[in-house]
Design a protein around this ligand. Structure first.
Ligand code: ZN
Length: 510
């Protein structure tokens, strides 16, 4: 079997976006969908082309069990061997046989590819992402990783949409486009020329705090690792360890990374960087207490809950860049002026209908009537014993065998392993079991760093951009990607509170 050993999590993610999801037909669809990644010397010899090939391989290997790598001209076979090793490190079971035809090809480079199946061309030029169903789009000669990485995400998203078109409501693939990341606009005939060459000239960043080294954080660190000329101090903050299910969408991870601290793993990935990188195995609140200095220049927010975002905004950093994924889209928001513009908390008004933890767990267990007992177990940190396993198996109508490996775990840990880890599906109404696809999380992380870096080099077009940019990778690219966001109309946000406003002004003299 060529499916990965973290496939449960992939199935969980897919089940949340595919209509009429059925595990066995999902598996057989994947096993029968061989994807070809084809590239030529033109791509393999360019920094941008290689970045696209590498990220596309990493994304597709996390879902598709059969991939064919093809080189389209002279000697790029060493690059092909590198990519094979990369995808095997992610899924050692992956099939790389070339004896069956692929159902579609993603091509990177300058070479026209003729196949019976569909061919998608992806590439980039400096800040511009390029996509075509018709002609090669090539890869540029710059050292800018952003458009190259985003192109890989569009490639993987279109592969997914093609393979599962019927279960996504027969959604179309992207038409040919050029997406400029400077303005986050589709601009079919425009290529912005900028004098600052990312990755070639040294770039000093202010003291910066990347909070959250999950799936979005992995995309962010991928982008940072591709800009070796960054200088300054970068703090990495996350209190969790990696587990096997993270391989489903953490683009930096492979089979050898299980149980490593997320921040240490990211730090090692950045070992070639000139940045002064400081890891903190800690959540944001604990980190702040230890730091004991609330002057915080820039925070890059890659956390996964509204509550964590509001807590970060509450500590009043000078600048915040925020990235998210959700069922309908992914995106980034910019918060550079707490006094006059929408703050991060403005985007996350208090939830009204979010289920409490005990309600959510009881409902995920299929045992809503046992909520009180489960609350007590949570309070006492009690283990889920054989009797509870039986009740849960009956409540969810699943074979008890699936639950046996988790017997004896404390109830919260049990819930996280079984329901959030993808062993079985959680309560569909509970938002916290939402699991994005790898290409969604990676793009959010890359865009997060892209926005941050754009701000450091003061590109003119950046100044006019709205607070929010969002992209839905499950549909063709929209014509309108940027949105204005005002401060909250109920006047109830911390950025409208006199105390918070005066603290911010005092801290940053603004
Ligand atoms: Zn606000």
């Amino acid at each position: 079997m060529a499916l990965a050993n973290f496939f449960d999590k992939s199935a969980l993610a897919a089940s949340q976006i595919l209509h009429g999801f059925d595990r066995s037909s999902f598996e057989s669809k994947l096993v029968n969908s061989i994807v070809e990644i084809a590239f030529d010397q033109d791509a393999a010899d360019s920094f941008e082309g290689l970045a696209t090939i590498e990220l596309l391989s990493s994304l597709l290997a996390r879902l598709f069990p059969k991939i064919i790598f093809s080189v389209l001209d002279t000697d790029t076979s060493n690059k092909k061997a590198q990519m094979k090793a990369l995808v095997r490190s992610i899924n050692p079971n992956i099939s790389l046989e070339e004896d069956e035809p692929s159902i579609l090809t993603v091509a990177i480079g300058a070479t026209k590819v003729v196949r019976n199946g569909l061919v998608l061309y992806i590439g980039s030029e400096d800040w511009n992402v390029k996509f075509s169903q018709n002609t090669p789009v090539r890869s540029g000669q710059s050292s800018n990783p952003f458009a190259a990485g985003v192109a890989a995400c569009f490639g993987a998203a279109n592969v997914f949409r093609h393979v599962f078109a019927h279960q996504l409501g027969s959604v179309d693939l992207d038409q040919d486009f050029n997406l400029c990341l400077l303005s986050i606009e589709k601009s079919p005939n425009r290529v912005d020329s900028e004098t600052f060459d990312i990755g070639k000239s040294p770039l000093q960043i202010p003291e910066t705090f990347l909070v959250g080294l999950g799936a979005i954080g992995n995309g962010a660190v991928w982008a940072i690792s591709k800009i070796p000329t960054l200088q300054g101090t970068l703090h990495l903050i996350d209190d969790e360890k990696l587990d096997l299910s993270n391989l489903q969408r953490y683009v930096l991870t492979n089979q050898g990374d299980n149980l490593k601290c997320k921040v240490e793993h990211a730090n090692r990935y950045l070992s070639d960087s000139k940045l002064d990188i400081i890891s903190h195995v800690s959540d944001w609140a604990t980190f702040l207490k230890m730091r004991n200095d609330w002057n915080i220049h820039t925070v890059l927010v890659a956390v996964d809950s509204a509550a964590s975002r509001i807590a970060i905004q509450g500590s009043l950093p000078k600048h915040i860049f925020n990235a998210w994924t959700q069922a309908s889209d992914l995106g980034v928001s910019r918060h550079l002026d707490f006094i006059n513009q929408a703050c991060l908390a403005c985007l996350y008004p208090p939830p009204k209908l979010l289920k409490s933890d005990t309600e959510l767990i009881a409902s995920s267990f299929g045992l809503p009537e046992d909520e009180v007992a489960i609350r007590e177990m949570l309070y006492n940190n009690s283990p889920v014993d054989a009797t509870w396993l039986q009740k849960i198996a009956a409540g969810k109508s699943i074979p008890i065998d699936k639950l046996h490996p988790f017997e004896g775990k404390a109830v919260w840990e049990f819930y996280q392993s079984v329901f959030c880890g993808g062993v079985i599906l959680g309560d569909e109404g509970g938002k916290r079991v939402e699991t994005p696809m790898a290409f969604q999380s990676a793009m959010a992380g890359i865009l997060l760093i892209c926005e941050f870096i754009k701000n450091q080099i003061s590109v003119d077009t950046v100044k006019t951009i709205e607070t929010i940019s969002r992209i839905d990778l499950l549909r063709p690219l929209s014509d309108y990607l940027n949105e204005m966001q005002l401060k909250r109309s109920d006047n109830n946000c911390i950025c409208q509170d006199t105390e918070f406003r005066s603290q911010y002004i005092t801290k940053y003299n603004s």
